[in-house]
Each structure stands twice: as C-alpha cells, then as structure tokens.
Ligand binder design. Sequence first.
Ligand code: M1P
Length: 253
Amino acid sequence: MPVSSFADRQHPDTIVLFDVDGTLTVARSFVTQEMKDTLAELRKKAVIGFVGGSDLSKQYEQLGDGILQDFDYCFAENGLTAYRLGEKMASQSFIEWIGDAEYNKLVNYILRYIADMDIPKKRGTFVEFRNGMINVSPIGRNCNREERNEFEKYDLARGLRKKFVEDLRKEFSHLALTFSIGGQISFDVFPTGWDKTYCLRHIEHEGFKKIHFFGDKTFEGGNDYEIYNDPRVTGHSVTCPEDTIRILKELFP
Ligand code: M1P
C-alpha cells in the first residue's frame, strides 16, 4: 500500500491536514518558530499536509521556502494544485472546466460590477486567475496591509462581498459555481465540489485509516465548512494557531 512511504512514522495510517490562514498562521502572516517545531515533531508521529484556499506562491510566503520538504502533502487552491513528497500530482483546471466563452462573460460581469462599486479605495488586480479558481477582490489584491485591514472592516459593516456574491449567484445560476468568502478582501469562485474536500481525492487511495483536519472557518459559508463536516474526516475547529498547537498536544502527546 502507498502508506508504506510513511513507514517511519509512529502512525503511518494517520494523516493530519491543516488549513493555513488562522490555523497554522495568523491571516496572511508568516508561520511562527513554535508552529514549525510543533509540525516537525508531529511529522515523526503522523503524515502531515496543508490545504489552503490560496495559490502556492502565498503559501511559500506564509509557511516558508521549504514547504515541499516540510509537509508530506501540499494542497494549494483546495488541492487543485497538489504535491506529494515534493512531487507534483495531476489535477484539473478551472479554465478547462468553464471554457473561455463562459469565463469571459463571468470576468466581464465582475469587472463591470467592481467599476460601479462606490468604495473609498481601489488598487489593482481585481481578478486573480489561478489554476483551480479565480479570486475576486473589490479593493484589488495589490492593496497594502493597512488598506487590507481597512477594507475588511468597511466590508464587514456593509456586506459588500456578501451582496456581490448573491448577485453573481443569480446572474450565473446556469453554471455550477461556488462563491466562497475565505479571507479579508476577496472571495473565491470555483466549480461546486472543488472546495477543500477536493484534496481528499488525492489521498483516497493511500489507505489512511484516520484523516484529521484543523481549520478556523468551519461555520456554514466558511471555506473549511465542507471538509470539516466530511464523514471521512475528523474535524477540529480552532480559533487561532495557538489553539491548533494546544489541540495537537492533546491528540499527539
Ligand atoms: O486562505 C483564505 C483566503 O486567503 C486569501 O484571501 P484574502 O486575500 O481575501 O485575505 C485568498 O488567497 C483567498 O483565495 C483564500 O481563500
């Protein structure tokens, strides 16, 4: 069985998967040394992986240059970009799924919608095109940290992203798309089913007997909700990276 790749672990048939923002790191921030040490210890006991909504470049920024060596599985964009023991795994792409004609209609609608939004600041990169999804941000992904925090507060008080997503759902109801608000300034758009449970496809033939998942956005509408509630998974809801460490110490003393 493929789990023999992990025969050096105390529990080679146990995998522990982690969300990134709010679970391994503070949102869009760098991982602490304490968390790195905790994960290195855990890796002696079980197989470990992360499953983030962001693309791989952001996970490099947050978890460090050594992610392909430090984690057994790296799942970016919910697993649409996937690595096992440093080797890239085959996956699908959003553009192949949707096709250029529908994609153009979607992106044109989004850009017109943002052009008409009356918000105090607009920067750049309103649509980020990724392998397994697009990411849409009314302020634009080029905003700095202060502008990012300001936008988050502004949006929380007015529900701008919530309304944007409702309007998109109506306009593109003929497409099986999911709109997921997972971070501070944006939302992700991907085919329904390509949420974080997508990454389980990459491990389902590995023979793991126990799959743990740690995430902070486990509430309905949060981007950890589906995997946290998946019957194949034992979910752990955390409030911050320190909480993750606390639970890990209890589970793997
Ligand atoms: O991992 C959660 C989200 O992180 C970022 O969101 P934001 O920039 O809005 O804080 C994005 O990478 C998003 O895709 C991701 O879901």
